[in-house]
Design a protein. Structure first.
Length: 545
């Protein structure tokens, strides 16, 4: 392994506290690319527990002319053996009148119970029959998919990729839940389209046609502002983004972003990210490029930085409630005196990363986590401004998050991130604290660690139950970090920091947000450290025709 160093500028607390920004790599193949060069601008995590999609998995048919007043004394299942939970769900209907309304409720109860079983698709039919003896015959078929039909505005269209995601289910009799939910999930997350699956009874007994109502998304753009500053760039950031769908091939997406300080001078960033599916099994390719120029008014040093990345991701497990995704990424970072967070860095670092990301959705809770191993490639021209840094480094990153619904309008968010390495890391590989997620009471990128952890606790109250402003909330938070910075292989310094605050987020549908937050440090790294409060104002607007 090689240790290469190029002299760094001797600014800002001797470069111990202000070591770098961080490339926040996780199990996702590529994070929004600007985050790599703009620490502190990471997007917020999940705001409320996501729910599994409300997707049909049954077709029911109930006779419309049943008007018997005779009480139901028995229910006979014909055509398939029903799961125990389904049979139990029918017991509540014994003794009720055998009329059409009751039979519809019976079919609905059986459908709800079936939805919690291992059966993917099924049909329930209660045909016209003699109910004078109080016995109801229910005909059940644990179904198969006869055909997959894509529709736009009611007209059939050719959609080979969407159909391809679900074609494996055509070979199954009966259809399995794993295949059905994976295919539907892949179709619903396809870029550039909104897909709504529904079922239709097919002519063959027990067969179902799967209809995909497809709505094409139009290209869109967004603008935003964030007032957060770093110790070098004493200004917030304006940004403009554009999104284009299916430009080169079906299912791809191109995202571009321009960002700059309001004066247009201190910092400018341009980024481009392209993602496209490969095949119909869920494999995805992501490539990204970012360029940043900095001309801070506080220090007369001009700099540039570039970031390039390419990665593949594949959902090993995917259904309506769970996801496990594998990823592999190769990236390149090069900086020449660029203001990255709170340090000027001269670096050329290449790395390969292998990650796994998992998520679980429950009725009132969502959980997610990731684990990533990173290896510096230590190419011939690799270098770092950090004294003794190992360009052939090894490190492990882990993240975890939970969003818990406590009451109807009260939520609790917990997030944590950690990093471990035995090496002295290049500046852009360290764990950064100070930003919109962790260290909100400090400047962006105020400190970074070779190894350490950070966590945030945030209860939030959403006073508006529904309507256009239902995503608005008031919240409190407290965050904390502990970490170690290695000065030499045998000498290191430990630091701990924390901040807390209060804020409000006003959200209008999915199109506009306005946030105001007050935060201040409650634990500073060294005596005499500036512990002034931080007030953050942010807003964003998205337009999609």
């Amino acid at each position: 392994m090689k240790h290469r160093m190029q002299a760094a500028k001797p600014w800002l607390l001797g470069a111990v506290l202000l070591s770098s920004s961080n490339l926040a790599h996780s199990g996702e193949p590529i994070q929004p690319p600007d985050d790599h060069l703009d620490p502190g601008y990471a997007k917020e995590g999940l705001s409320v527990p996501r729910t599994a999609p409300d997707i049909e998995n049954a077709v029911t048919s109930v006779a419309s002319d049943a008007n018997e007043t005779t009480p139901i004394v028995g229910i006979q299942f014909k055509g398939a053996e029903v799961p125990g939970r389904v049979a139990k769900a029918t017991e509540a209907f014994l003794g009720q009148p055998a009329n059409t309304e009751t039979l519809k409720q019976l079919a609905a109860a059986m459908t709800a119970a079936y939805s919690k079983s291992d059966v993917a698709l099924f049909t329930i039919a209660i045909p016209q029959q003699d109910l004078s003896d109080g016995v109801v015959d229910v005909f059940i078929a644990e179904g198969r998919v006869a055909d997959i039909v894509a529709l736009r505005s009611g007209e059939q269209i050719v959609a080979p990729r969407l159909r391809g995601y679900l074609e494996p289910i055509l070979e199954e009799t009966p259809a399995t839940r794993a295949t059905y939910e994976r295919g539907v999930s892949l179709a619903r997350r396809a870029e550039g389209t909104k897909v709504t699956p529904r079922l239709q009874m097919a002519p063959e007994p027990g067969a179902i046609n799967l209809l995909l109502d497809v709505e094409e998304k139009k290209n869109s753009f967004a603008i935003g502002y964030d007032s957060r500053e770093s110790r070098i760039v004493d200004s917030g950031r304006l940004s403009a983004s554009a999104f284009g769908y299916s430009l080169l091939r079906e299912g791809d997406v191109l995202r571009g972003r321009l960002a700059a300080t309001p004066d247009g001078e201190q910092s400018q960033t341009a980024s481009l990210q392209y993602a496209t599916p490969i095949g119909v099994e869920g494999l995805k390719l992501d490539v990204a490029a970012v360029y940043q120029a900095s001309h801070p008014s506080s220090v007369p040093i001009d700099g540039t930085a570039t970031f390039l990345s390419a990665g593949l991701s594949y959902p090993l497990l995917l259904d309506f409630h769970r996801e496990v995704t594998l990823s592999a990424v190769v990236d390149h970072t090069e900086s020449r005196n660029s203001a990255l967070g709170s340090v000027f860095a001269n670096e050329r670092v290449d790395a390969a990363r292998f990650g796994i990301r998992a998520g679980l959705i429950q009725e009132n809770r969502s959980l997610n986590g990731s684990l990533t191993y990173s290896r510096g490639l230590d190419l011939e021209n690799a270098e770092s401004a950090v004294m003794g840094a190992e360009t052939g480094f090894n490190k492990i990153n882990a993240t975890a998050g939970v969003v818990q619904k406590l009451l109807k309008k009260l939520f609790l968010r917990l997030r944590a991130s950690g990093q471990w390495s035995d090496d002295i890391l290049p500046a852009n590989e360290r764990l950064m604290y100070g930003g919109i997620e962790y260290g909100r009471g400090f400047d962006n990128g105020v400190i970074s660690f070779d190894k350490g952890y950070e966590a945030v606790f945030e209860p939030a109250w959403r006073p508006i139950s529904d309507g256009n402003l239902a995503k608005s909330e008031l919240y409190l938070f407290a965050d904390y970090a502990e970490g170690r910075i290695s000065l030499t292989p045998s000498i290191a310094r430990d630091f701990n920091l924390g901040s807390a605050g209060i804020g409000a987020r006003l959200g209008y549908k999915d199109f506009a947000t306005l946030g105001v937050e007050y935060a201040e440090p409650w634990d500073v790294p060294v005596t005499g450290f500036n512990d002034d409060s931080v007030v953050t104002v942010s807003w964003a607007f998205k337009y999609q025709p």
